[in-house]
Design a protein around this ligand. Structure first.
Ligand SMILES: Nc1ncnc2c1ncn2[C@@H]1O[C@H](COP(=O)(O)OP(=O)(O)OP(=O)(O)O)[C@@H](O)[C@H]1O
Ligand SMILES: [Mg+2]
Length: 267
């Protein structure tokens, strides 16, 4: 029997606050609702995804992504937490220590961008989807995420005139990563806080298509429910599955399943 494929998807954009974590959390919840086994890996020292999904505070967790990255692969089972606030979603916590890890990777590893890929190899064939939440920087943690991924999504804050700032630097990093991970594929840019009536959103939509190359055919609207769901540590689906923003994240999951031809019902 052949191993089932595992889709490793980075959500990356070094622009702060563009919706990376919100996308990871709610996409993971919707994919799990569709019956897929999902693992979230939090690569951000801010650990926002862990604070949202995790049952524990990141400071109480012994093996977070920080320890995993600089240790032997034996630590992997200790790093995975299957009891989270979202059913069907497991978590490798992020923590403040990731800042230090990034420096250590630079000094010690022979191939500093490929540590995560090595560490998660045993999980390939186990999970259907692994989602990587990247920090707002283009340094080694994001390089590690992209080098370990089969695909990536670039969230873009559509409602901000600065939404596309610096995106060419991200695409340059992707070109570099292609040398060590030639299979890495762009799923597309994802417009966040989009309102088609606003001129700024239309302009950002056009420039995202031009500069990033592909748009995902889903528009995430602005909603106060996004903050509410983070504070109450639940997915938008659990908070209010009928809200427009929840429906759009569901649409995002369905779109990705279709685009990547992910098989449902293999578990
Ligand atoms: N569609 C939305 N509507 C309203 N608020 C949103 C929406 N998406 C994200 N936000 C809010 O914007 C802020 C930034 O979102 P988020 O944390 O997902 O971005 P990020 O890219 O992960 O940030 P960072 O770069 O700091 O990791 C959060 O307070 C979040 O609740
Ligand atoms: Mg974040």
């Amino acid at each position: 029997m052949t191993e089932k494929p595992t889709y490793v998807i980075s959500v990356a954009n070094h622009k702060g606050g563009c919706g990376k974590t919100t996308t990871v959390v709610n996409l993971s919840a919707e994919l799990a609702k569709m019956g897929l086994s999902v693992l979230v890996i939090d690569l951000d020292p801010q650990a926002n995804a862990s604070l949202h999904i995790g049952k524990k505070h990141p400071s109480e967790v012994t093996v977070t992504c920080a320890e995993l990255l600089v240790s032997e692969v034996e630590k992997l089972p200790l790093a995975i937490h299957s009891n989270t606030n979202i059913e069907g979603v497991s978590l490798i916590y992020g923590s403040l220590a990731l800042g230090k890890t990034e420096d250590e990777l630079k000094d010690h590893a022979p191939r500093p961008s490929e540590e995560l890929r090595e560490k998660i190899k045993p999980l390939i064939g186990i999970y259907d989807v692994i989602l990587l939440d990247c920090p707002p920087s283009l340094k080694l943690l994001t390089s590690n995420a992209l080098a370990a991924s089969t695909h990536f999504i670039v969230p873009v804050e559509s409602g901000s005139q600065y939404g596309m700032y610096g995106v060419t630097d991200l695409m340059k990093l992707v070109e570099k990563i292609h040398r060590i991970n030639p299979g890495l594929e762009l799923i597309g840019a994802l417009l966040i806080r989009h309102d088609e009536r606003q001129t700024v959103c239309k302009l950002i939509e056009a420039s995202a298509k031009e500069q990033i190359g592909k748009l995902i055919d889903v528009r995430i609207p602005t909603s106060t429910k996004v903050n509410q769901s983070a504070i109450t540590q639940q997915s938008l689906h659990a908070l209010d599955r009928t809200a427009k923003v929840s429906r759009e994240f569901r649409h995002l999951a369905e779109t990705i399943v279709k685009l990547l031809k992910i098989e449902i019902g293999n578990n």
